[in-house]
Design a protein around this ligand. Structure first.
Ligand code: HEM
Length: 481
């Protein structure tokens, strides 16, 4: 194989040792390769196979432009989640929920904002459980998970289910079960997967639990739709209705719709709560950003309330969240695809990837490349706000748009790039911006130990904020917006 290996050689034994090395040092190893093989393609070792990683904008453009019958996005998703077994073959075979997220959910962000705001205001209050004006030490991640789960549930299934403890817990634990079991199922050879995959799957118990909590609401909605048609007065404007509008045939049953909601939660909840946790670690590590963002939040909310247009005017908050994603939220690689064409996939530099192999693109290294960002190694929360101002001063509104939190490029693959870029990123950005603005207006935060940021965890291609990291919080005296 002429494609260079980033660690180890081709041998079976050395590939196991290097796979373990890669598990603990993926970001470092991929980052070194990024400079050594600029615009190139390399192999990285996993426990049971070699994957390919491409570097630089040319390789990103080629993967983004490849057609589905050459490089498969869903083949990649199936591999990460072992979705055929953990969730069910219909999820990747007919991923219609992606369309529901991209269109109905995104279109309804403005309309749903008042409910989302109502939910997270209460959820933060419940989670922090502050007594008077004293400082309190909190472990960020579990609170972030529950606030995000409740807020998402408010839009997905509405009141009172979004406060149903069993459902909120399920919406968090389902993702953990899917990822956990997918790691184990992935280790079996393909011919054993149908047996062990099914044995290990939490599909049946999860659908059963979902049916117990949100099932009756879905059944009622389907029954009313059948009786009155989908245009009935007071039909709730929520994700259940939008899914029903997009679902066909076998998907129009309560268990199938409940499973779809769980599958969408898998993409929505841990990603957004990690981003919130990451942002709070950055806020307390670089507290010089608090004042300007607080001023912006108070001014914009006083003028426009909790509206989509207000969020559009939170330029510093948008920039801070994008920078937080760039420096700490980005993964080693992004955009995993499976090569499905019989003849494989050929990159512009001549590298051929055989059918059945997997390819992804270096993400963190591009985010930290000084060729892409001035002083790339420095956390500069307002760099994108300044770039927006400069582009606007030069009269290029399109140029300003490039620096928004939801914009993707070869230098910013946090949400992927191209036609499969995360369809939920508009919702995620709105939710995160509104939450951060609310927190800045109503609470004070400080680091557990001044100047020390909780250490990100790293496990192979996965990395994220310290799940046990702590910060201090107290109620702000001037709060109330
Ligand atoms: C900060 C939060 C989030 C991050 C960083 C994120 C990131 C990503 C990435 C990297 C992809 C794959 C893109 C590719 O391979 O080209 C993706 C796919 C996807 N995202 Fe997001 N996402 C976030 C929030 C959300 C939310 C809130 C939703 C839904 C409301 C959502 C729904 C999806 C869906 C449906 C897919 C398609 C594949 C799948 O089901 O996993 N995401 N996201």
């Amino acid at each position: 194989d002429p494609v260079p290996a980033l660690v180890g050689s081709n041998g079976l034994i050395s590939s196991y040792t290097s796979a373990f090395k890669f598990l603990t040092q993926a970001i470092d190893i991929v980052s070194r390769g990024y400079y050594e093989y600029r615009d190139g393609v390399v192999r990285v070792p996993h426990l049971s196979r070699w994957d390919y990683v491409g570097f630089g904008p040319k390789r990103v453009a080629e993967v983004a432009a490849a057609s589905d019958d050459v490089l498969s996005f869903h083949g990649g998703a199936e591999d990460i989640l072992q979705a055929d077994y953990t969730m069910g073959p219909e999820i990747t075979a007919n991923p219609y929920h992606e369309h529901t997220v991209r269109s109905a959910l995104t279109r309804n962000i403005g309309r749903c904002l008042p409910q989302m705001h109502d939910e997270f205001v209460r959820a933060f209050e419940d989670e922090f459980a502050l007594d008077g004006a004293e400082w309190k030490e909190i472990t960020v991640m579990p609170h972030a998970l529950r606030v995000v789960a409740r807020t998402t549930a408010r839009v997905f299934v509405g009141l009172p289910l979004c406060r149903n403890q069993e459902y909120v817990d399920l919406s968090i634990s389902y993702t953990v079960a899917v990822f956990g079991r997918s790691q184990i199922i992935a280790m079996f050879p393909s011919f054993l997967k149908p047996i062990f995959g099914r044995l290990l799957s939490s599909r049946r118990s999860s659908i059963k639990q979902a049916m117990k909590t949100i099932g009756p609401a879905i059944e009622e909605r389907l029954a009313k739709d059948a009786e009155l048609g989908p245009g009935w007065v007071d039909r709730p404007n929520d994700f259940i209705s939008w899914l029903i509008d997009d679902a066909e045939d076998a998907e129009r049953t309560a268990p199938a719709l409940a499973l779809r909601i769980l599958a969408t939660n898998t993409a929505a909840i841990h990603t957004s709560s990690s981003a919130l946790t990451t942002a709070l670690y950055d806020l307390t590590t670089y507290p010089e950003h608090v004042g300007p963002m607080r001023e912006e939040a108070e001014r914009v909310v006083a003028a426009e309330g909790w509206t989509k247009s207000a969020l559009g005017n939170m330029v510093k908050i948008d920039s801070f969240l994008r920078e937080s994603q760039r420096v700490h939220g980005s993964k080693a690689v992004s955009m995993l695809r499976k090569v499905v064409a019989k003849d494989g996939f050929t990159f512009g530099d001549g590298t051929v990837l055989p059918q059945g192999t997997f390819v992804s693109l270096a993400s963190r290294p591009a985010c930290m490349d000084p060729g892409n960002y001035a002083n790339a190694e420095v956390f500069d929360g307002f760099r994108f706000a300044r770039e927006r101002d400069e582009a606007r001063a030069e009269g290029t509104e399109g140029g300003a748009f490039k620096h928004h939190m939801i914009s993707t490029s070869a230098a910013h693959l946090v949400f992927g790039h191209g036609k499969y870029a995360c369809p939920g990123r508009f919702f995620a950005a709105a939710e995160l911006k509104a939450m951060l603005a609310h927190l800045l207006i109503n609470y004070d935060f400080r680091a557990q130990t001044e100047g020390v940021r909780p250490k990100d965890f790293e496990f192979g291609m996965f990395n994220g904020p310290d799940p046990k990291g702590k910060i201090w919080v107290r109620r702000r005296e001037r709060g109330g917006a």
